[in-house]
Design a protein around this ligand. Structure first.
Ligand code: GLN
Length: 489
């Protein structure tokens, strides 16, 4: 075993640029670790070993002075990002065998930056879930405790980074899918402002909420990856044309005078004491760094989960209508008519959670219920947006928990979907308002499992989020604590 797996992506990038280690060497090492360890975690659905080694050799041969900070650094991609000629299944039986003929824009951008993909990461089916247990190919296990979930839906991405099976990973976040698994697995993740990262080639779940973003070992790694991902893309009509400032070079700016708001609504009396304590302690650390802590109000929060599940399901029912057995992936055999082909393919191809969402979505959009549910949810979305605007009148950044508690045991959440949905209360409001938010490790619970703190900023203020998280990580070591149960013991 080498020392390289302990480095951050940026540290490894520097070692590669200086010639201290070669790209094929670290890629080979990562592939061997995946072969050895991932049978337990199941963070990868497809490992593209041969392609990764070919690419590593090519990049090594082209290594020159002045390459970008992530040049040659191996990573993984969530399996809802289209990769040319490589299976892209969204962890669904329905897309088994589907190999897109093109790359997602983010994949192209990472390639241009010298990224080396190790493969495609496990997730909840079509990104619907909070535990990565709805994957058709079996659940992801949390590297800290293999009896626990890794979170979802980017559970494979978070577990791979936590277990050292890739130096960073690309996930997607519709209602918390980057931040929540990052919190459960003790890694850092950022959901960017809606429209700042291209969704072209991201398989759609709920198009008005979906956003692609990085998970990494620390805020600096996330800043480096996000710098590559961000930017206008003419192939995504919701992509925002603007100049995106540098993130990495701003990381060390002081926090003096920055107002950090603690929303009273995010710390109700029934919140788990350990979670509340860890997040409040994080506020204290930031105060010592020069930030000002202010109590703020975030009205509308109580509507977020209901509004989110109505809108996300409505959009999902429309987005998933395209899987009919004709164009993509898997198809039911031996059907007699077109209708039977559609019906049997969808009945047998989709899992329970995807079906639940599509039925709920079709219901809230139906003519008898549209006004009561869909329109009401849209109004609630506007109220939540307004609540954030009001809060940002009093502070620059909000600090909240990511989840009510640490990772649950496998199987616990699936038996009670409503409770699982309620657990998304801190993450979904952010997507409804299109804001950027970051999840960083901020402590361990009584059983030694990681807990996360969430930072939320106004649109396009990713730089502030990363700066605050970076300052926090300069003074704390939670992001460096090694997982239990892995090779490092
Ligand atoms: N848990 C939420 C859901 O199931 C969020 C998922 C996501 O962000 N993709 O919809």
């Amino acid at each position: 075993m080498t020392q390289w797996e302990h480095l951050t992506a940026l540290e490894l990038g520097r070692a590669i640029a200086r010639g201290e280690v070669t790209i094929p060497e670290v890629t080979q090492g990562a592939l061997e670790r995946i072969a050895r360890e991932d049978q337990v975690y199941h963070s990868y659905l497809t490992v593209t070993g041969e392609q990764a080694m070919d690419r590593a050799h090519r990049l090594q041969a082209q290594l020159a002075k002045g390459v970008g900070p992530l040049y040659g650094v191996p990573m993984g991609l969530k399996d809802n990002l289209c990769t040319r000629g490589v299976p892209t299944t969204c962890a669904s039986k329905l897309l088994e065998g589907f190999c897109p003929p093109y790359n997602a824009t983010v994949v192209e951008r990472l390639e241009a930056a010298g990224g080396v993909s190790l493969g495609k990461l496990n997730m909840d089916e079509f990104a619907m879930g909070s535990t990565s247990e709805t994957s058709h190919f079996g659940p992801v296990r949390n590297p800290w405790d293999t009896q626990r979930v890794a979170g979802g839906s980017s559970g494979g991405a978070a577990a791979a980074v936590a277990a050292g099976l890739g130096w960073y990973a690309i996930g997607s976040d519709t209602g918390g899918s980057i931040r929540q698994p990052a919190a459960y697995c003790g890694v850092t993740g950022i959901k960017p402002t809606y429209g700042s990262v291209s969704r072209y080639g991201l398989v759609a779940y709920a198009s008005s909420l979906d956003q692609v973003g990085p998970l990494g070992r620390d805020a600096a790694d996330c800043a480096a990856v996000l710098e590559v991902l961000q930017g206008w893309d003419r192939r995504d009509a919701t992509s925002v044309e603007r100049t995106y400032g540098p993130l990495l070079s701003q990381l060390n700016q002081p926090l003096n005078g920055l107002r950090i708001g603690l929303p009273a609504q995010c710390f109700p009396p029934e919140l788990d004491g350990q979670t509340a304590r860890c997040v409040r302690q994080a506020a204290q650390v930031l105060k010592e760094r020069g930030a000002r802590i202010v109590e703020v109000s975030l009205p509308g929060l109580e509507y977020a989960v209901a509004a989110y599940y109505i809108l996300a399901s409505a959009e999902a029912s429309s987005n998933l209508a395209r899987y009919d057995g004709v164009k993509y992936g898997w198809r039911a055999e031996g059907t007699q008519s077109l209708e039977e082909l559609y019906c049997r393919t969808r009945t047998q191809g989709f899992g329970l959670e995807a079906k639940r969402r599509m039925l709920l979505g079709a219901f809230v959009l139906s003519s008898g219920h549209y006004e009561d549910y869909y329109r009401t949810a849209l109004r609630a979305r506007a109220v939540i947006d307004q609540g954030f605007r009001q809060a940002f009148g009093q502070c620059d950044v909000l600090l909240t928990p990511v989840t009510p508690a640490a990772a649950p045991r496998l199987g616990e959440s699936l038996s009670n979907p409503l409770e699982m949905y309620q657990g998304d209360l801190y993450t979904v409001p952010v997507n409804l308002a299109g804001l950027p938010a970051l999840s960083m490790p901020c402590g361990l619970d009584g059983e030694g499992l990681p807990l996360g703190a969430q930072l939320i900023a106004p649109r396009f203020e990713e730089g502030v989020l990363l700066r605050v998280a970076h300052a926090f990580q300069q003074d704390t070591a939670y992001h460096k604590v090694q997982r239990r149960g892995g090779l490092e013991g």
